[in-house]
Design a protein around this ligand. Structure first.
Ligand SMILES: Cc1cc2nc3c(=O)[nH]c(=O)nc-3n(C[C@H](O)[C@H](O)[C@H](O)COP(=O)(O)OP(=O)(O)OC[C@H]3O[C@@H](n4cnc5c(N)ncnc54)[C@H](O)[C@@H]3O)c2cc1C
Length: 303
């Protein structure tokens, strides 16, 4: 119920204006967001790199309906890629196609994406296309395939909560795609997604095994200790070396597990979001864990 409500509110304007204006909202959100400027984010990347983590940077924004805003987001990302290269940071970028114009015109999103992965290729880094709600799954996969970029440069995300994901993974692996597997963060109907966590988890394990067994380099993105343990166990049983895949976790979540995995010799990439458009991202993080909402409410009461 609460998850549904928070995901509903994540798309509404009134709570957005309220929270974005409040200093307290910004303070609580700062647990999950590196800051509002690129300089803030770069400071976090430097620190994480020094600790041994790899990073993927997300310039927050989605559901863009103004073509000029989509072009602007693309310019920001080109600048991020240049900063990553000039400062020799170990960081990729994660983008949302609706931020590059997918809801306006698929061709515009394709063009903007091309500008990014071509720059990433020249600078020897990597672009990951985040997966958004199911209304965008087909278009996202179409744009990804149309790019025909090398798997070394462009990758995609698959969500374990969707029934279709096993088939999508099988097709994507046919062209050597590098996949980030996550559970899925949006509100989806039971006609297309597993409604029960236990089924999402079981599918996650199954898909993780398919990915690791493929021999390609994939990313397992979760903070769930059970999913992490299943991944470690499968890799051990199959003799899959630690450098053949990576774990990914969100900035500010599961910090102890992030460090423990690193200490055991596994690769861990931290997803670091920054920017002023943090509202929807923040609400999805609240929806994942009601305790986060209690923390926000406690602070609100305290003033
Ligand atoms: C690197 C990365 C990239 C992602 N990219 C996408 C994407 O492109 N598309 C998409 O739909 N989703 C994406 N997600 C989100 C993902 O789909 C899940 O919603 C999210 O990771 C929570 O699922 P979980 O695997 O951590 O397991 P859960 O079962 O939800 O959580 C397991 C445990 O992790 C901790 N935890 C999880 N979430 C939180 C939180 N918000 N705050 C505090 N603790 C928490 C809690 O201890 C919880 O018990 C991404 C996640 C990661 C880590």
């Amino acid at each position: 119920m609460l998850r549904t409500l928070l995901l509903y509110l994540s798309g509404r304007d009134f709570p957005k204006r309220l929270l974005l204006r409040s200093a307290l909202g910004r303070k609580v959100a700062s647990r999950f967001i590196a800051g509002e400027t690129l300089d803030d984010a770069i400071r976090v990347v430097r620190r994480l790199n020094a600790e041994g983590f790899d990073v993927t940077l997300d310039y927050l924004g989605e559901s863009v309906l103004d073509p000029a805003a989509a072009e602007e987001a693309t310019r920001v990302y080109l600048n991020i890629l240049d900063r990553i290269a000039s400062e020799k940071l170990r960081s990729h970028i994660s983008i949302k196609l609706t931020q590059l114009g997918l809801d306006i015109d698929e061709a515009q999103a394709e063009r903007n994406l091309r500008a990014l992965w071509e720059r990433a290729a020249a600078l020897r880094t990597f672009v990951r296309i985040d997966m958004e709600s199911s209304t965008h799954t087909d278009a996202t996969l179409r744009v990804f395939r149309a790019a025909q970029a090398s798997p070394e440069v462009l990758g995609i995300v698959i969500q374990a909560y969707l029934y279709r994901s096993e088939t999508d993974i099988a097709e994507l692996m046919g062209c050597g795609a590098r996949i980030r597997l996550c559970k899925g963060a949006y509100k989806e109907p039971p006609e297309i997604a597993f409604p029960r966590k236990v089924d999402v988890d079981a599918n996650f394990v199954k898909l993780m095994e398919n990915l690791l067994a493929s021999g390609h380099y994939h990313a397992i993105a979760t903070h769930d200790p059970k999913m992490v343990a299943a991944t470690l166990e499968f890799a051990r049983a199959r003799g899959i070396a630690a450098e053949r895949f990576e774990f990914q976790m969100l900035y500010g979540i599961g910090r102890r597990m992030q460090r423990e995995l690193l200490q055991k010799g596994y690769r861990v990439r931290i997803y670091v979001p920054y920017g002023k458009q943090w509202y929807s991202y923040f609400m999805r993080r609240l929806a994942e864990r009601p305790a986060n909402l209690l923390f926000l409410l406690k602070n609100l009461v305290r003033g």
